[in-house]
Design a protein around this ligand. Structure first.
Ligand code: 5GP
Length: 202
């Protein structure tokens, strides 16, 4: 008899704003079953095309600070003047049910997850170049020039954290980046420790 996998895999994806993480994630979610994307909480305003409960749970600063005070977040960080955080309860339920959980979080939050959940898989996505990142941020047409400058500066700081990640993916073409992440997740699922449910007699 094959025993059921007991716990889901926690996957942490980081990368500079504008690198195209959301597009890569959409491709990934449609290609692979049994992954739950953790919808974060944020105090920033929705961008055009973003929906509450789908891209983020958009909340006030007061509500966010209450969530911190009540220990409801696995991690949170302040990024370019706004709070972002991950609900502990929502992801715990999925992991306990054997479902893999994907977090799209920045580097300070990832560092907190690293200390709390050492078995998580950490993946960093970069653009082919900074010039290309700047082009993508401008092309998004949603942020003011000073916000874009702040995000580019932030990207340079975030790059210093890359050596702490397990895997590095370059998002030149979305389909190729998603395929690399799928390969990483497949390899992770084949780790002996994640497959002991398939071994008879132990
Ligand atoms: P954006 O405003 O471009 O959607 O996101 C800005 C940054 O916040 C991105 O790097 C994104 O990965 C990060 N982020 C989104 N949700 C969370 C979260 O729950 N926690 C943390 N620490 N970062 C997050």
């Amino acid at each position: 008899m094959i025993r059921k996998k007991t716990k889901g895999q926690l996957i942490v994806l980081s990368g500079p704003s504008g690198v195209g993480k959301s597009t890569v994630i959409s491709e990934l979610l449609s290609a692979r079953d049994n992954i739950y994307f953790s919808v974060s909480f944020t105090t920033r305003a929705p961008r055009v095309g973003e929906a509450n409960g789908i891209n983020y749970n958009f909340v006030t600063r007061e509500r966010f600070e209450a969530m911190i005070a009540n220990d409801e977040l696995l991690e949170h960080a302040e990024y370019v003047n706004h709070y972002y955080g991950t609900s502990l309860r929502l992801i715990q339920e999925k992991l306990d049910a054997g479902i893999d959980v994907l977090l799209d979080i920045e580097v300070q939050g990832a560092a907190k997850v690293r200390s709390k959940c050492p078995d998580a898989v950490f993946i960093f996505i970069i653009p082919p170049s900074f010039e290309e990142l700047s082009r993508r941020l401008h092309g998004r047409n949603t942020d003011q020039e000073d916000v874009i400058a702040g995000r580019l500066q932030k990207a340079r700081e975030e790059y210093r954290e890359i050596p702490r990640y397990d895997y590095l993916v370059v998002n030149d073409k979305v389909s190729a980046a998603a395929a690399e992440i799928i390969a990483i997740l497949t390899a992770e699922s084949c780790r002996t420790k994640n497959r002991m449910n398939l071994v008879e007699g132990v």
